[in-house]
Ligand binder design. Sequence first.
Ligand SMILES: C[S@@+](CC[C@H](N)C(=O)[O-])C[C@H]1O[C@@H](n2cnc3c(N)ncnc32)[C@H](O)[C@@H]1O
Length: 209
Amino acid sequence: MAKSKRISFLAELCKGYETVLDIGTDHGFVLKEAFDKQYIKHGIAADLREMPLRQAKGNLKNYPVTYRLSDGFLAIKEHFDLAIIAGMGAYLICDIMDHAPKREVTYLLQANEKTHILRDYLRHHGFIIIDEYLVFDRFYYIILKVKRGQMTLNEEDLYLGPILKIKQESKAYYMHKIAQIDKIMPQADELRKDELKKVRQFYESVKLW
Ligand SMILES: C[S@@+](CC[C@H](N)C(=O)[O-])C[C@H]1O[C@@H](n2cnc3c(N)ncnc32)[C@H](O)[C@@H]1O
């Protein structure tokens, strides 16, 4: 059974891929659901730490999974066609992506916050965002589907998302972001206020309504 909408959504996005590498697998739930739904044939469960990897081993007993203690991609020698890096901070995901393979691979990246930092990294490091998904699971989560390639994003795109900004479902998310900004604005110092006003304007400018 799905642990959360976010996990289910990530598992769903594995459909059609052969071998999925899950970096920072922790409990291994994404791979488990992808196997249970018969979306994938092989999995590589990787984590920086022993404890989470042990949890994944427990949850994925008798599934065709290879386990790797690895800092990001560094100890991964096996072939994979999809890599997931989810549920971490944007800066950590950027650090991990510094060592992404040069060959053709698809990535699902989901930062817990500051997705604009991740988009900024991607545009400067030879990656292209091929899709963006919004999942509401108590909080809003943004999942980026990414490949190697070139893209141009302006500052507005970093916040709105080049693809999310043309999806009708993003409206509720942008309104939520505006409300969040309005809440923190009174406590912000002048410099931060200017930054918040600029970002608020990006959200307000979207022509989805
Ligand atoms: C909050 S959990 C996210 C679990 C799962 N990916 C999800 O989306 O629910 C983060 C996991 O990433 C692992 N991690 C942190 N830094 C890592 C790195 N550099 N390489 C691999 N795993 C890492 C942690 O040990 C932890 O198990």
